[in-house]
Design a protein around this ligand. Structure first.
Ligand SMILES: [Zn+2]
Length: 358
């Protein structure tokens, strides 16, 4: 018996050794896992503003590709070979002045990073390089992206982001959920709170660029009232942001819809009829959303949502699409669709202000 065991052990050791040896070349190629994310803005010697994005990972010698797609001039695409997103978020809002936001998507063994910039890439200078770990600064090995502000940004026409008749108005933009409240979570784990924040930040950026005074209920991933508040406290906190600004003209809340049946789909906008302006605002946004996204038109509906019912100013709540529907979840996660929706909401707001006049 003993002899057999010994032989068996030897055989097992041989097999293990063989497997171990065999996997060496494969190991060398795989498994960069992100474990660090940081961004900041800085000025170069010429006084030009830059944004620097650092994605840290567990080990060095990363292979990556940088590409531009002529059909998507606002997006810089990086493919990180054999890399996994780790704990780093899928959707990350950035400074909004140079870079809007980025999305990280696992694609088989690689990870695809899409960085959405504010102007066409041809107007931005950018650099992509790797940096060794910096123990003093507590930074691991990183892939670094630096993007400069467009030199002529201030003097350039706003292009397709220009809005009529909005200058001087005040808009409260409410990114649904946040912090301890993720909102609905899609089948691929896209979180409503991330999508709503990205869209809301982009709405704010576009409105501000057109001379609108924007008030946001949140600009980062936080609870507005505080962690673990009751629903009512949290929603009242959002209403209060609006009430603290008596000059505010309208309140726009951004959400994603969800339903137990994953085939439910489309875009819908809600209002509580304090007056005709609520439904007018809802309809204008709904029309632009449907035109821009091509999603099923669920129309506008009255609803007793807390933030709408308790608003002192015309208010609407946009259910952009169904995060519980795998197809629409995918759309909601894409930087391009988030921008399309943000622009549609802004156009709806512009149409509303034009129809009510000053
Ligand atoms: Zn929601």
């Amino acid at each position: 018996m003993k002899k057999i065991w010994c032989r068996l052990l030897i055989v097992i050791c041989c097999i293990m050794g063989f497997i171990g040896l065999g996997s060496v070349p494969a190991q060398a190629a795989v498994n960069h896992t992100l474990n660090y994310f940081h961004y900041n803005t800085f000025k170069d010697d010429d006084g030009r503003n830059w944004v620097r994005i650092e994605m840290g990972m567990n080990k060095g010698e990363l292979e990556y590709e940088v590409s531009e797609n002529p059909d998507r001039p606002y997006h810089l695409i990086l493919t990180l070979k054999n890399t996994n997103r780790g704990d780093v978020k899928k959707n990350i809002g950035l400074d909004r002045k140079i870079a809007r936001y980025m999305t990280l998507k696992n694609d088989h063994r690689d990870m695809v990073v899409t960085l959405a910039v504010t102007d066409s890439l041809s107007d931005h200078e950018y650099k992509v390089y790797t940096a060794e770990a910096d123990r003093k600064a507590k930074k691991p090995y990183r892939l670094v992206i630096e993007v400069a502000a467009d030199k002529g940004a201030q003097h350039k026409a706003l292009g397709d982001e220009s809005l009529e008749g909005v200058e001087g108005f005040t808009v409260v933009v409410d990114a649904g959920h946040g912090g301890s409240d993720t909102g609905a979570i899609g089948p691929s784990y896209v979180r409503e709170k991330d999508v709503t924040l990205n869209i809301a930040l982009d709405v704010a950026r576009i409105l501000e660029a057109n001379g609108v005074n924007v008030v946001m209920t949140r600009t980062t991933d936080v609870d507005v009232y505080g962690p673990n508040a009751t629903d009512k406290q949290e929603l009242q906190a959002r209403v209060n942001v609006s009430r603290r600004h008596p000059e505010a003209d309208i309140f726009v809340s951004i959400h994603c819809n969800a339903f137990t049946n994953s085939s439910a789909r489309g875009t819908g906008t809600y209002y509580y009829a304090h007056g005709y302006r609520d439904s007018l605002l809802a309809q204008q946004i709904q029309d632009e959303m449907v035109a821009a996204t091509g999603l099923r038109d669920r129309g506008i509906n009255q609803a007793r949502f807390y933030v709408l019912r308790n608003s002192w100013i015309p208010a609407t709540l946009v259910e952009t699409a169904f995060i519980s529907n795998p197809y629409e979840e995918n759309m909601l996660a894409s930087a391009e669709m988030q921008h399309t929706m943000a622009l549609a909401i802004c156009k709806g707001i512009s149409n509303y202000f034009q129809s009510i006049g000053r």
